[in-house]
Design a binder for this molecule. Structure first.
Ligand SMILES: Cc1cc2nc3c(=O)[nH]c(=O)nc-3n(C[C@H](O)[C@H](O)[C@H](O)COP(=O)(O)O)c2cc1C
Length: 303
């Protein structure tokens, strides 16, 4: 009997659409698998290119996973053998359209008791967002069986400059001809077909237990200690800022303060904190760090 796959995703620049196209190629080329692709759109679209105020204005609702209304969508089937969700982190949380999908009653209904694979495309910080996605999927009684995280592999500071350039101008070229091209590299986007091949094998055998292990062997997730360290701290701080800003009459002023806070935190405070950590803490925490990395590379959810 033919297997039915749903690949549902949001994208602004088209990056996630491209990832989904390559990832699902091996599945589509198999005669016994049908793939339905569904791109979702919020009713009030987010600007692209972004203005700086609009970009930071998305922070509180991203962090709080406040859903927005989506344009009506329908699924062709009443049940799928596999659901693939393509999303991107915004402010260390699933993007507002993606979290709106994950909380949508129709999505919760269709994903109930169904194997789900998540695939994200971002700058380089996706761990917090994936933890939130894990929780939302658990709320929907969906069964997360695989995760792939595609990132911009360039230096953290170079990619900070290039993502802002890309988001604020809409141009995905090399800033001043010096900086690297923003986003997930074309090679990595095309390379996601390799993960699709692995998923196809597991789908055909209907065996999911070893999927994430096999995806990890192919490099589907790569956790860098420094980024994990910054992200874990930043996730908690973003939550405080979002609570402060939410519903405040001084929203605009606070968002400007957040913008400068973020730039200083990333460019000045983070290197100092990382140095202190490298000298006094990291050398003694080898086992704990290994466990943390293993946990974030996996698909289980801490209670
Ligand atoms: C408002 C906003 C916030 C973002 N925050 C993050 C982030 O926290 N971590 C990260 O790695 N990338 C972040 N990005 C980059 C996105 O995850 C994504 O790579 C980019 O928006 C392109 O995705 P798309 O074209 O598929 O929508 C952010 C982008 C936007 C627009």
């Amino acid at each position: 009997m033919s297997k039915k796959v749903l690949a549902v995703y949001f994208t602004q620049t088209g990056q996630m659409e491209s990832i989904i196209s390559h990832f699902t190629l091996p599945l589509e080329s198999s005669p016994d698998i049908s793939v339905e692709k569904l791109r979702i759109y919020p009713i009030h679209s987010f600007p692209f290119p972004w203005t700086s105020p609009a970009f930071f204005d998305a922070m509180p609702e991203s962090v709080n996973s406040t859903p927005v209304e989506l344009q009506a969508f329908t699924f062709k089937e009443s049940h799928y053998d596999l659901i693939i969700i393509g999303y991107q982190p915004w402010f260390l949380s699933p993007s507002i359209p993606a979290s709106s999908l994950l909380q949508h009653p129709s999505f919760k209904e269709i994903s109930k008791n169904t194997p789900v694979i998540t695939i994200s495309g971002c700058r380089n910080m996706w761990i917090n967002a994936q933890e939130k996605v894990k929780k939302m999927l658990k709320n929907a009684n969906a069964n997360l069986i695989g995760n792939i995280a595609l990132v911009d592999r360039h230096n953290n500071y170079a990619s900070l400059v290039t993502i802002l350039y890309w988001m604020l101008t809409g141009r995905k070229d090399r800033k001043w001809g010096i900086f690297p091209k923003p986003g997930v590299s074309d090679e990595d986007i095309a390379g996601s077909a390799l993960f699709g091949e692995t998923v196809k094998d597991h789908l055909q055998k209907n065996e999911w237990n070893s999927l994430q292990e096999n995806l990890l062997r192919q490099g589907a997730v790569n956790i860098k200690y420094n980024l994990m360290f910054i992200e874990r701290k930043a996730g908690r701080i973003f939550l405080i800022w979002s609570k402060l800003i939410n519903g405040s009459k001084k929203r605009r002023t606070l968002l400007v303060a957040f913008k400068y806070y973020l730039l200083i935190a990333l460019c000045v405070a983070a290197p100092v904190i990382l140095l202190v950590d490298a000298l006094f803490f990291k050398p003694f925490l080898g086992r704990r760090i290994k466990q943390q990395k293993e946990y974030y590379a996996g698909v289980s959810l801490k209670q």
